[in-house]
Design a protein around this ligand. Structure first.
Ligand SMILES: Nc1ncnc2c1ncn2[C@@H]1O[C@H](COP(=O)(O)OP(=O)(O)OP(=O)(O)O)[C@@H](O)[C@H]1O
Length: 933
């Protein structure tokens, strides 16, 4: 015996649960000739020769083509009682219901063949046996429910209800087709069933035909549901219920209108009956040939309702009734054909076990718990595995890249060291001189890539300082007329200075001499939000012409080129190229460093966030700068007492032994270290402690340094006349004046700043004009908003500000040609990133009320979305509207944390540079901050 939910099952259960595929049990019942048939001397053509075979007895020649014998599971002759038919043809199927197996018993046959007669008996015997079973199984609790319906003219009616309203058929995913609102009555006992059967009989559509005075005009389905549970398990977790339904189906009889003399209502009924029986026949025929293809269950209400029974999950018995009369031979033969098909239909009945709600809840809870823990274990396994492998992968990559960077850095340092040695051993002036290639400058002029207003001597202010000194020197000699033969200055074809070659783009030119896009850091720093160490590419303006020219550098003469120089230059170039390559590789590696936070990283900073400790290695440009003047700075910083070496002789303005420090760029040191002597104006990269300022500056123009140097330049210009001793000096001062002071109109219409404007009566007008031009160039070149802001707030109309503007305008003017912007310094994408950063600051810097006021001020609807982004994207967008510019600058300053002007430069740029005690700064800042707050 099987067991379901802890219950022992009856032999029915065992049979049901493991029932192999079986077929519909098909039997044929032959009724005796009725009085009418006997009255017209109708002959009996059919005879059951044994329990399974029925034969056609007629010997008429026209019937010879038809089979004469039909075999079924059981055939019942006219002398067989209904009880026998039930016991041998229906009982087993009917009683499957007590074992939880759905079952159906059909009566199929032509009209007046005895279907109702048979099914009434079969139903009663079945229920009687079910009750008998129940009585014999008092260890179980049974519940019987009864319902009844008829399908009349394709309408479903409830036979237990006086309401004849057709019932709707619904499709239930689990139960299949269900009849909505069908009355279901719990049977009390056998007597109760008898009563209900009588009700159904009374309710059913009956009509008189010529063949049957009480012809059933509908298909009747009586449905008995049996549920049973073992007493001992009731209320326990192991409790389960077997539930199944048995259908007793008395089909309407197929009929011929001619035979039944149907007309009107009967005819219509007959049509519906025949049509639905035809569908049933089609379903059976198709099922008998297998379950492939479409089975038209839904073509009639009958087959739709019986789909579950016919579809295979129920045991089914079909009792085909037939009249033996010769006059009905066609219908009888059709019935036998139907029966023959039906016996080929396979079914695969299954036991329906219904768990109690309590047991079901318990079981579901257990299943839920099991699945939950399974998911957790799977999830954690997966997550752990993924994280671990990802972490390991990244660590390996970092390790590998660290190693490569170390190796490359060592190689680079070695190369640098060799270059330094080389410089010292050969005499810097020779090296520097060897680097001078006047033709390149000429080419630059010819290409228009180099503004004409900048003479060769001015180039030193903008080009690589390594080269600038030499260029200045050469320019000086050229101006001096001592070096007119450029060809003599040309080095052999191993020159690496191809920056003026035809494929030199403005962008490359800018990158080469101004450093990479100063706004690049914004993008990078945003991505590397925790990587606060940034080396910034920047502009370095070297204004030491006078010092170099008046120093120890010997004037190049025609024929100075010798083998030693060439060799030195080649060596130098090779080393320099190597350094450049190494640096490029290192930068590439650093750029590709996996900076994403690793979940298991132990490299955590004090704030708890992971900080990948990667500093961009010193840029190539910076390194190469270091190879000339900066090394002295570095060495000086290392040891102030280091005796001066020959290199320092090139900078006579510096007291012997004095070591220049970064701090010496401070305004306080300006009198000691005028920019014109040895102070590079640099654009530095900066990072700001995000915890304090929230905004990081990077790759920004170091305005503080620029500021200091500009001041130095201004002061430096004063004693110029006193220093004019000879022709060289005069030329030098002239060129320097051009470089630092005058802005003249160039061929391309570029405005250049004339520092003398500060002395003109209309200098303020000029100042404003240049300021506007700068602002427009900022816009055109996508200059960082913070740079614009700081610069804008820095220059407030003080005459000395013209120097800052000169430098800025000169920088920006290089991007302009024939009035057109050749290339922006930064991309819109980077600028938008900056705007996004600023938009985030809006939330931090302002209260809700303040924000509303700002939005209104900037014309942003308070009910619109992404107001902060809208605001950030309106800043600095109208360079022609000075009010807009002022408001933008004020707001960006606030968002950027420039609130305290005394701290602003330091905090902004992360340098130990104090801003000069600017007169503009205090009042201007305060003024700027009052932007309607
Ligand atoms: N085996 C039988 N023995 C004696 N009488 C029978 C037998 N079968 C049917 N009859 C009688 O034949 C008549 C018709 O039977 P029944 O109404 O059951 O036919 P039916 O197939 O249901 O017809 P319809 O399809 O028109 O409803 C009834 O009077 C019934 O008593």
């Amino acid at each position: 015996m099987g067991s379901f939910g802890g219950e022992d099952l009856t032999p029915w259960d065992a049979q049901g649960s493991s029932a192999p595929e079986e077929k519909i049990f098909v039997s044929v019942r032959l009724r005796p000739l009725n009085e009418r048939e006997i009255g017209r001397n109708d002959m009996s053509d059919w005879e059951c020769i044994n329990k399974n075979t029925i034969i056609f007895k007629s010997s008429l020649p026209e019937r010879a083509m038809f089979p004469t014998a039909y075999t079924f599971d059981r055939v019942f002759g006219y002398d067989c009682s209904t009880e026998q038919v039930y016991h041998e043809g229906a009982k087993q199927v009917a009683l499957s219901v007590v074992s939880g197996i759905n079952s159906s018993i059909f009566a199929y046959g032509q009209t007046s063949s005895g279907k109702t007669y048979t099914m009434r008996g079969v139903t009663e015997y079945s229920v009687a046996d079910i009750y008998d079973y129940i009585h014999r199984h008092n260890d179980r609790e049974f519940v019987l429910k009864f319902s009844a319906m008829e399908i009349y003219n394709e309408s479903v009616r409830d036979l237990l209800s006086s309401d004849s309203t057709p019932l709707r058929l619904l499709d239930d995913p689990e139960r299949g087709t269900v009849i909505e609102k069908l009355t279901e009555v719990s049977l009390r006992d056998w007597g109760h069933l008898q009563e209900l059967l009588s009700v159904c009989e009374a309710q059913r559509q009956i009509g008189e035909t010529s063949l049957n005075e009480l012809s059933s005009r509908s298909h009747q389905i009586l449905r008995l549901t049996v549920e049973s549970s073992a007493h001992q398990f009731l209320g326990s977790e192991n409790s389960s219920t077997l539930a199944a339904t048995v259908n007793f189906i008395d089909l309407a009889g197929s009929e011929r209108a001619s035979q039944t003399s149907s007309a009107s209502t009967r005819l219509k009924e007959g049509c519906h009956i025949n049509r639905s029986l035809l569908t049933l026949g089609t379903v059976i025929r198709k099922l008998s040939k297998g379950r492939n293809g479409h089975i038209p269950f839904r073509d009639s209400k009958l087959t739709r309702i019986l789909q579950n029974s016919l579809g295979g999950n129920a045991r089914t018995a079909i009792i085909c009734t037939m009249s033996p009369a010769h006059s009905h031979v066609e219908q009888s033969r059709n019935t036998l054909v139907f029966a023959s098909c039906a016996k080929e239909v396979n079914t695969n009945a299954q036991v329906n076990v219904v768990m109690s709600e309590k047991a079901l809840v318990k079981a579901l809870q257990r299943e839920l718990t099991r699945l939950g823990s399974e998911m957790r274990s799977l999830g954690s396994l997966s997550a752990t595995s993924d994280s671990a492998s990802l972490l390991k992968e990244k660590e390996l990559l970092i390790e590998k890249m660290d190693k490569e960077i170390r190796e490359l850095t060592e190689q680079r340092d070695l190369a640098l060291s060799r270059v330094e040695d080389l410089l010292r051993s050969t005499g810097e002036h020779q090296v520097l001189r060897s680097l001078v290639e006047p033709d390149h400058l000429s080419q630059l002029h010819n290409k228009g890539a180099w503004p004409d207003e900048y003479p060769a001597s001015d180039v030193s202010e903008v080009v690589d300082p390594l080269r600038s000194d030499a260029v200045s020197s050469t320019s000086h000699f050229s101006d001096n007329g001592l070096n007119s033969n450029k060809g003599d200055q040309q080095l052999p074809d191993d020159s690496d200075d191809h920056f003026l070659s035809d494929d030199t783009s403005p962008r490359l030119f800018i990158d080469k001499y101004f450093g990479p896009d100063p706004c690049k850091g914004w993008e990078k720093i945003d991505a590397d939000s925790e990587d606060n160490c940034k080396e910034v590419q920047c502009i370095e303006v070297q204004s030491n012409l006078r010092n170099i020219n008046s120093g120890e550098i010997s004037s190049p003469r025609k024929g100075d080129k010798n083998l030693g120089t060439v060799h030195t230059r080649r060596t130098y170039n090779a080393l320099k190229q190597k350094i450049l390559d190494l640096q490029e590789t290192i930068d590439g590696l650093v750029d590709s460093y996996p900076l994403e936070q690793s979940p298991c990283s132990s490299d955590t900073d004090t704030s708890g966030s992971r900080s990948v400790k990667i500093s961009r290695s010193t840029s190539c440009t910076a390194i190469l700068r270091t190879m000339t003047s900066p090394p002295q700075h570095e060495k000086a910083e290392q040891n102030e007492n280091t005796p001066p070496n020959g290199f320092e002789k090139d900078f006579p303005g510096r007291p012997e032994g004095h070591q220049l420090k970064l701090s010496e760029f401070k305004p306080a040191a300006k009198s000691q270290k005028p920019c014109g002597e040895d102070t590079p104006i640099s654009v530095r990269s900066v990072s700001v402690d995000e915890n304090e300022q929230n905004i990081k500056m990077s790759d920004e123009l170091d305005i503080a340094t620029l500021h200091n140097c500009a001041e130095d330049l201004t002061e430096q210009a004063k004693p110029k006349s006193e220093e004019l001793h000879d022709y060289d000096t005069v030329k030098e001062v002239e060129s320097e004046t051009n470089a630092t002071g005058k802005f003249v109109k160039d061929d391309d219409g570029l405005d250049t700043v004339d520092s003398s404007l500060s002395s003109t009566p209309n200098w303020l007008l000029e100042f404003e004009r240049h300021k506007r031009e700068i602002i427009e160039l900022w816009d055109a070149c996508n200059i960082s908003l913070i740079h614009r802001t700081y610069f804008f707030l820095l220059i407030k109309g003080d005459p000395s500000d013209s120097v800052y503007m000169e430098v800025e305008l000169r920088r920006l003017s290089f991007l302009k040609k024939n009035g057109q912007i050749l290339t922006p310094l930064s991309s819109m994408r980077v600028l938008n990133r900056e705007r996004e950063k600023l938009s985030r600051q809006i939330l931090k810097k302002f209260s809700a009320k303040q924000r509303e006021a700002i939005y209104e001020k900037w014309g942003i609807r308070l009910d619109s979305k992404q107001r902060r982004q809208q605001l950030a994207h309106r800043l600095w967008t109208d360079p022609k509207d000075m009010d807009h510019v002022k408001e933008s600058a004020a707001l960006v300053a606030k968002l950027s944390g420039f609130v305290e002007p005394e701290q602003a430069p330091k905090e902004m740029f992360g340098l130990s540079l104090s801003p000069r005690p600017v007169n503009l700064r205090s009042h201007s800042w305060k003024h700027s901050m009052s932007f309607g707050m």
